[in-house]
Design a protein around this ligand. Structure first.
Ligand SMILES: [Zn+2]
Length: 361
Protein backbone atom coordinates (compact mmCIF):
# COMPACT_ATOMS: atom_id res chain seq x y z
CA UNK A 1 0.00 0.00 0.00
CA UNK A 2 1.37 3.43 -0.84
CA UNK A 3 1.22 6.26 1.69
CA UNK A 4 -1.55 7.98 -0.29
CA UNK A 5 -3.79 4.94 0.11
CA UNK A 6 -3.28 4.71 3.85
CA UNK A 7 -6.76 4.75 5.38
CA UNK A 8 -7.78 7.28 7.97
CA UNK A 9 -9.05 4.61 10.35
CA UNK A 10 -5.41 3.79 11.11
CA UNK A 11 -5.39 7.06 13.04
CA UNK A 12 -8.82 6.95 14.63
CA UNK A 13 -10.25 3.43 14.94
CA UNK A 14 -9.62 0.66 17.45
CA UNK A 15 -7.50 -1.87 15.62
CA UNK A 16 -5.24 -4.92 15.75
CA UNK A 17 -1.76 -4.39 14.34
CA UNK A 18 0.54 -7.13 13.06
CA UNK A 19 4.16 -7.50 14.12
CA UNK A 20 6.11 -8.93 11.15
CA UNK A 21 9.07 -9.79 13.38
CA UNK A 22 7.29 -11.95 15.94
CA UNK A 23 4.17 -12.79 13.91
CA UNK A 24 2.08 -11.63 16.89
CA UNK A 25 -0.58 -8.93 17.10
CA UNK A 26 -1.17 -5.96 19.37
CA UNK A 27 -4.47 -4.25 20.08
CA UNK A 28 -4.39 -0.47 19.64
CA UNK A 29 -7.39 1.08 21.37
CA UNK A 30 -7.16 4.62 20.04
CA UNK A 31 -10.73 5.44 21.09
CA UNK A 32 -9.77 4.83 24.69
CA UNK A 33 -7.08 7.48 24.66
CA UNK A 34 -9.37 10.43 25.36
CA UNK A 35 -10.53 8.76 28.57
CA UNK A 36 -7.23 7.27 29.63
CA UNK A 37 -4.92 10.20 29.22
CA UNK A 38 -5.31 13.91 29.85
CA UNK A 39 -1.97 14.44 28.16
CA UNK A 40 -0.19 15.55 31.32
CA UNK A 41 3.04 14.27 32.77
CA UNK A 42 4.54 15.09 36.11
CA UNK A 43 7.96 16.72 36.07
CA UNK A 44 10.50 15.13 38.39
CA UNK A 45 13.22 16.69 40.44
CA UNK A 46 16.62 15.41 39.39
CA UNK A 47 17.90 13.51 42.42
CA UNK A 48 21.43 13.90 43.73
CA UNK A 49 23.28 10.61 43.41
CA UNK A 50 26.56 9.92 45.18
CA UNK A 51 29.67 9.37 43.03
CA UNK A 52 30.63 6.50 45.28
CA UNK A 53 28.52 4.32 47.57
CA UNK A 54 30.43 2.13 50.04
CA UNK A 55 27.69 -0.53 50.12
CA UNK A 56 27.36 -0.79 46.30
CA UNK A 57 28.94 -4.10 45.19
CA UNK A 58 29.92 -2.52 41.85
CA UNK A 59 31.68 0.55 43.26
CA UNK A 60 35.51 0.39 43.09
CA UNK A 61 37.06 -1.50 45.97
CA UNK A 62 33.84 -3.29 46.98
CA UNK A 63 34.05 -7.02 47.60
CA UNK A 64 31.32 -8.98 45.85
CA UNK A 65 29.42 -12.00 47.14
CA UNK A 66 31.99 -14.28 45.47
CA UNK A 67 34.77 -12.69 47.52
CA UNK A 68 36.24 -11.05 44.42
CA UNK A 69 37.19 -7.42 44.34
CA UNK A 70 36.50 -5.38 41.19
CA UNK A 71 39.14 -3.15 39.59
CA UNK A 72 39.44 0.42 40.81
CA UNK A 73 41.00 2.33 37.91
CA UNK A 74 39.03 4.03 35.14
CA UNK A 75 41.40 2.47 32.59
CA UNK A 76 40.29 -0.99 33.83
CA UNK A 77 36.65 -0.22 32.96
CA UNK A 78 34.45 -1.43 31.41
CA UNK A 79 34.98 -5.01 32.57
CA UNK A 80 32.95 -8.23 32.68
CA UNK A 81 32.70 -10.84 35.43
CA UNK A 82 30.66 -13.98 35.97
CA UNK A 83 27.40 -13.21 37.74
CA UNK A 84 27.66 -14.29 41.39
CA UNK A 85 24.13 -15.68 41.21
CA UNK A 86 24.17 -16.92 37.61
CA UNK A 87 20.87 -18.21 36.20
CA UNK A 88 22.78 -20.30 33.64
CA UNK A 89 26.03 -22.18 34.24
CA UNK A 90 28.41 -24.12 31.97
CA UNK A 91 28.02 -27.91 31.89
CA UNK A 92 30.35 -30.00 34.00
CA UNK A 93 33.37 -31.26 32.05
CA UNK A 94 32.21 -33.87 29.52
CA UNK A 95 28.52 -33.61 30.48
CA UNK A 96 26.03 -33.94 27.64
CA UNK A 97 22.74 -32.08 27.58
CA UNK A 98 20.02 -34.27 29.12
CA UNK A 99 16.52 -34.33 27.64
CA UNK A 100 13.31 -35.63 29.17
CA UNK A 101 10.02 -36.49 27.55
CA UNK A 102 7.26 -38.65 29.06
CA UNK A 103 5.28 -41.24 27.07
CA UNK A 104 2.67 -38.70 25.96
CA UNK A 105 5.25 -36.16 24.82
CA UNK A 106 3.34 -33.55 26.79
CA UNK A 107 5.94 -33.18 29.50
CA UNK A 108 9.32 -32.21 28.11
CA UNK A 109 12.47 -30.63 29.53
CA UNK A 110 16.15 -30.29 28.85
CA UNK A 111 19.06 -29.20 31.03
CA UNK A 112 19.83 -25.51 30.64
CA UNK A 113 23.44 -24.45 30.16
CA UNK A 114 25.10 -21.14 29.61
CA UNK A 115 26.99 -18.34 31.29
CA UNK A 116 25.80 -15.12 32.93
CA UNK A 117 28.02 -12.10 33.14
CA UNK A 118 27.73 -8.58 34.47
CA UNK A 119 29.42 -5.73 32.62
CA UNK A 120 30.38 -2.75 34.76
CA UNK A 121 30.58 0.36 32.62
CA UNK A 122 32.40 2.89 34.79
CA UNK A 123 33.86 3.24 38.29
CA UNK A 124 31.54 6.19 39.11
CA UNK A 125 28.23 5.20 40.69
CA UNK A 126 26.32 8.28 39.53
CA UNK A 127 27.05 8.16 35.80
CA UNK A 128 25.11 6.51 32.97
CA UNK A 129 26.07 5.57 29.41
CA UNK A 130 24.72 8.98 28.42
CA UNK A 131 26.87 10.91 30.89
CA UNK A 132 30.25 9.14 30.59
CA UNK A 133 32.70 10.33 27.88
CA UNK A 134 31.45 9.18 24.50
CA UNK A 135 34.82 7.51 23.89
CA UNK A 136 34.33 5.51 27.07
CA UNK A 137 30.75 4.54 26.10
CA UNK A 138 32.09 3.12 22.82
CA UNK A 139 34.38 0.85 24.90
CA UNK A 140 31.29 -0.62 26.59
CA UNK A 141 29.82 -1.72 23.24
CA UNK A 142 33.24 -3.01 22.10
CA UNK A 143 33.21 -5.19 25.19
CA UNK A 144 29.67 -6.37 24.29
CA UNK A 145 31.08 -7.41 20.89
CA UNK A 146 34.05 -9.21 22.45
CA UNK A 147 31.95 -11.07 24.99
CA UNK A 148 29.44 -12.05 22.24
CA UNK A 149 32.35 -13.53 20.25
CA UNK A 150 34.07 -15.33 23.11
CA UNK A 151 30.90 -16.79 24.65
CA UNK A 152 29.35 -17.57 21.26
CA UNK A 153 32.35 -19.72 20.37
CA UNK A 154 31.68 -22.05 23.30
CA UNK A 155 30.00 -25.22 22.03
CA UNK A 156 27.22 -25.17 24.65
CA UNK A 157 26.15 -21.59 23.89
CA UNK A 158 23.68 -20.96 21.07
CA UNK A 159 22.47 -17.47 21.90
CA UNK A 160 24.10 -14.52 23.65
CA UNK A 161 21.45 -12.26 25.21
CA UNK A 162 22.79 -8.81 26.01
CA UNK A 163 20.51 -6.40 27.81
CA UNK A 164 20.42 -3.44 30.16
CA UNK A 165 17.84 -2.88 32.88
CA UNK A 166 18.08 0.76 33.85
CA UNK A 167 16.32 1.75 37.11
CA UNK A 168 14.07 -1.20 36.52
CA UNK A 169 12.79 -3.37 39.35
CA UNK A 170 15.57 -4.15 41.79
CA UNK A 171 18.27 -3.14 39.35
CA UNK A 172 21.41 -1.45 40.79
CA UNK A 173 21.92 2.21 39.93
CA UNK A 174 25.65 1.68 39.26
CA UNK A 175 26.14 1.79 35.46
CA UNK A 176 26.11 -1.83 34.32
CA UNK A 177 24.29 -4.34 32.14
CA UNK A 178 23.90 -8.07 31.93
CA UNK A 179 24.66 -10.83 29.52
CA UNK A 180 22.91 -14.20 29.63
CA UNK A 181 24.48 -16.60 27.15
CA UNK A 182 22.26 -19.65 26.75
CA UNK A 183 22.16 -23.12 25.24
CA UNK A 184 18.67 -22.14 24.02
CA UNK A 185 17.64 -19.79 21.23
CA UNK A 186 14.41 -18.68 22.92
CA UNK A 187 11.09 -19.36 21.17
CA UNK A 188 10.57 -15.64 20.57
CA UNK A 189 14.03 -15.24 19.05
CA UNK A 190 13.51 -18.36 16.96
CA UNK A 191 10.25 -16.91 15.62
CA UNK A 192 11.82 -13.52 14.83
CA UNK A 193 14.78 -15.02 12.96
CA UNK A 194 12.59 -17.48 11.12
CA UNK A 195 10.20 -14.68 10.02
CA UNK A 196 13.21 -12.70 8.81
CA UNK A 197 14.47 -15.68 6.79
CA UNK A 198 11.03 -16.31 5.27
CA UNK A 199 10.73 -12.64 4.26
CA UNK A 200 14.20 -12.74 2.68
CA UNK A 201 13.34 -15.90 0.77
CA UNK A 202 10.07 -14.44 -0.50
CA UNK A 203 11.25 -10.95 -1.44
CA UNK A 204 15.04 -11.14 -1.66
CA UNK A 205 15.13 -8.25 0.81
CA UNK A 206 16.16 -7.94 4.44
CA UNK A 207 13.16 -7.35 6.72
CA UNK A 208 14.99 -4.98 9.10
CA UNK A 209 16.30 -2.73 6.31
CA UNK A 210 12.93 -2.76 4.52
CA UNK A 211 11.28 -1.58 7.74
CA UNK A 212 13.95 1.15 8.08
CA UNK A 213 13.35 2.28 4.47
CA UNK A 214 9.57 2.34 4.88
CA UNK A 215 9.83 4.27 8.13
CA UNK A 216 12.15 6.85 6.57
CA UNK A 217 9.69 7.24 3.69
CA UNK A 218 6.68 7.66 5.98
CA UNK A 219 8.57 9.62 8.69
CA UNK A 220 5.68 9.63 11.17
CA UNK A 221 7.18 7.01 13.50
CA UNK A 222 10.85 8.02 13.11
CA UNK A 223 12.18 9.33 16.43
CA UNK A 224 15.71 10.16 15.21
CA UNK A 225 18.31 8.96 12.75
CA UNK A 226 22.04 9.15 12.17
CA UNK A 227 24.32 8.09 9.34
CA UNK A 228 24.07 4.37 10.15
CA UNK A 229 20.96 3.86 12.32
CA UNK A 230 17.26 4.79 12.35
CA UNK A 231 15.21 4.83 15.57
CA UNK A 232 11.46 4.33 15.31
CA UNK A 233 8.42 3.73 17.47
CA UNK A 234 7.38 0.53 15.70
CA UNK A 235 3.92 0.35 14.07
CA UNK A 236 3.26 -2.78 16.22
CA UNK A 237 4.89 -1.58 19.48
CA UNK A 238 3.50 -3.13 22.66
CA UNK A 239 4.96 -0.74 25.23
CA UNK A 240 3.80 2.89 24.96
CA UNK A 241 7.27 4.37 24.33
CA UNK A 242 8.98 1.33 22.79
CA UNK A 243 11.69 2.09 20.22
CA UNK A 244 13.63 -0.11 17.85
CA UNK A 245 16.96 0.98 16.44
CA UNK A 246 17.61 -0.39 12.98
CA UNK A 247 20.92 -0.43 11.10
CA UNK A 248 20.61 1.04 7.59
CA UNK A 249 22.77 -1.79 6.26
CA UNK A 250 22.26 -5.49 7.14
CA UNK A 251 24.38 -6.57 10.11
CA UNK A 252 24.45 -9.80 12.07
CA UNK A 253 26.16 -8.55 15.21
CA UNK A 254 28.26 -5.76 16.67
CA UNK A 255 31.28 -7.62 15.24
CA UNK A 256 30.13 -6.48 11.76
CA UNK A 257 30.39 -2.77 12.66
CA UNK A 258 33.44 -0.72 11.71
CA UNK A 259 34.75 2.05 14.01
CA UNK A 260 32.44 4.79 12.74
CA UNK A 261 29.40 2.47 12.71
CA UNK A 262 30.14 1.48 16.30
CA UNK A 263 30.34 5.16 17.24
CA UNK A 264 26.97 5.75 15.56
CA UNK A 265 25.52 2.72 17.33
CA UNK A 266 26.75 4.24 20.61
CA UNK A 267 25.29 7.62 19.66
CA UNK A 268 21.94 6.03 18.77
CA UNK A 269 21.80 4.05 22.02
CA UNK A 270 22.51 7.19 24.05
CA UNK A 271 20.14 9.38 22.02
CA UNK A 272 17.32 6.90 22.70
CA UNK A 273 17.86 7.28 26.47
CA UNK A 274 18.10 11.06 26.12
CA UNK A 275 14.79 11.20 24.21
CA UNK A 276 13.07 9.29 27.01
CA UNK A 277 14.65 11.48 29.71
CA UNK A 278 13.71 14.68 27.87
CA UNK A 279 10.10 13.60 27.50
CA UNK A 280 9.69 12.57 31.12
CA UNK A 281 11.86 15.22 32.79
CA UNK A 282 14.13 12.78 34.62
CA UNK A 283 15.95 9.47 34.36
CA UNK A 284 13.46 7.20 32.60
CA UNK A 285 13.66 3.46 33.40
CA UNK A 286 14.07 1.14 30.46
CA UNK A 287 15.03 -2.36 29.38
CA UNK A 288 17.12 -2.50 26.24
CA UNK A 289 18.11 -5.64 24.39
CA UNK A 290 20.26 -6.39 21.40
CA UNK A 291 19.13 -8.97 18.86
CA UNK A 292 22.13 -10.56 17.16
CA UNK A 293 22.69 -13.75 15.19
CA UNK A 294 22.43 -16.94 17.26
CA UNK A 295 25.77 -18.71 17.69
CA UNK A 296 24.30 -22.14 16.91
CA UNK A 297 26.12 -22.51 13.60
CA UNK A 298 23.00 -21.60 11.58
CA UNK A 299 22.85 -19.33 8.57
CA UNK A 300 21.75 -15.79 9.50
CA UNK A 301 21.67 -12.70 7.34
CA UNK A 302 21.05 -9.16 8.60
CA UNK A 303 19.28 -10.01 11.84
CA UNK A 304 20.77 -7.38 14.16
CA UNK A 305 18.61 -4.68 15.74
CA UNK A 306 18.30 -3.03 19.13
CA UNK A 307 15.15 -2.67 21.19
CA UNK A 308 14.20 -0.25 23.99
CA UNK A 309 11.19 -1.07 26.12
CA UNK A 310 10.57 1.50 28.83
CA UNK A 311 7.99 0.07 31.27
CA UNK A 312 6.31 3.46 31.72
CA UNK A 313 2.75 4.33 30.81
CA UNK A 314 2.45 8.10 30.89
CA UNK A 315 5.19 9.33 33.21
CA UNK A 316 8.17 7.74 34.91
CA UNK A 317 6.25 7.06 38.12
CA UNK A 318 3.36 5.32 36.36
CA UNK A 319 4.33 1.85 35.23
CA UNK A 320 2.48 -0.08 32.59
CA UNK A 321 1.35 -3.43 33.96
CA UNK A 322 0.51 -6.37 31.75
CA UNK A 323 -2.53 -7.71 33.59
CA UNK A 324 -6.01 -9.09 32.92
CA UNK A 325 -6.74 -9.03 29.21
CA UNK A 326 -3.05 -8.63 28.40
CA UNK A 327 -1.96 -11.56 30.54
CA UNK A 328 -4.75 -13.79 29.29
CA UNK A 329 -5.21 -12.70 25.68
CA UNK A 330 -2.95 -10.19 23.99
CA UNK A 331 -1.06 -6.94 24.57
CA UNK A 332 -3.02 -3.73 24.28
CA UNK A 333 -2.13 -0.05 24.13
CA UNK A 334 -4.11 3.19 23.99
CA UNK A 335 -1.53 5.67 22.72
CA UNK A 336 -0.70 5.02 19.07
CA UNK A 337 2.98 4.51 18.17
CA UNK A 338 2.62 7.55 15.86
CA UNK A 339 1.60 9.68 18.86
CA UNK A 340 4.45 8.22 20.95
CA UNK A 341 6.97 9.04 18.21
CA UNK A 342 5.57 12.59 18.03
CA UNK A 343 6.09 13.04 21.80
CA UNK A 344 9.57 11.52 21.73
CA UNK A 345 10.51 13.95 18.95
CA UNK A 346 8.77 16.90 20.65
CA UNK A 347 9.16 16.58 24.43
CA UNK A 348 7.57 20.04 24.87
CA UNK A 349 4.80 19.41 22.38
CA UNK A 350 2.00 18.39 24.78
CA UNK A 351 -0.46 21.03 23.59
CA UNK A 352 0.01 20.09 19.94
CA UNK A 353 -0.17 16.43 20.95
CA UNK A 354 -3.65 16.96 22.45
CA UNK A 355 -5.07 18.53 19.29
CA UNK A 356 -3.31 16.09 16.99
CA UNK A 357 -3.81 12.77 18.73
CA UNK A 358 -6.60 12.96 21.32
CA UNK A 359 -9.97 12.54 19.71
CA UNK A 360 -13.43 13.25 21.09
CA UNK A 361 -11.74 15.19 23.89
ZN1 LIG B 1 28.26 1.80 42.74
Amino acid sequence: MSDAEKPNWLVTANQFRFNPLTGEKVQVSTERLSRAWGGEVSVHRVEEIAEYLPDCPFCPGSIRKSGEKGPTELSEHPYAFTNDTAALKPPAEGAAQARYSDDTGIYQAETAYGACEVIIHHPRHDLTLATVDREHAVKVFKLWANRYKELGERPYINYVNIFENFLFGSSMRHPHNQLWASSLVSPIQEKIFSNMATYKKKTGKHLIQTIAEQELKQQERVVFENEDFVAVAPFWAVWPFEMIILPRKPKNSLLDLNESELLNFTNAYITATEKLNALFGGDCPYSSGLYQAPTDGGDYDGVMYLMFRPPVLRDIRTMKWMVGYELMSMPQRDLTPEAAAFLLRNPDGWEEFKTKFIYNA
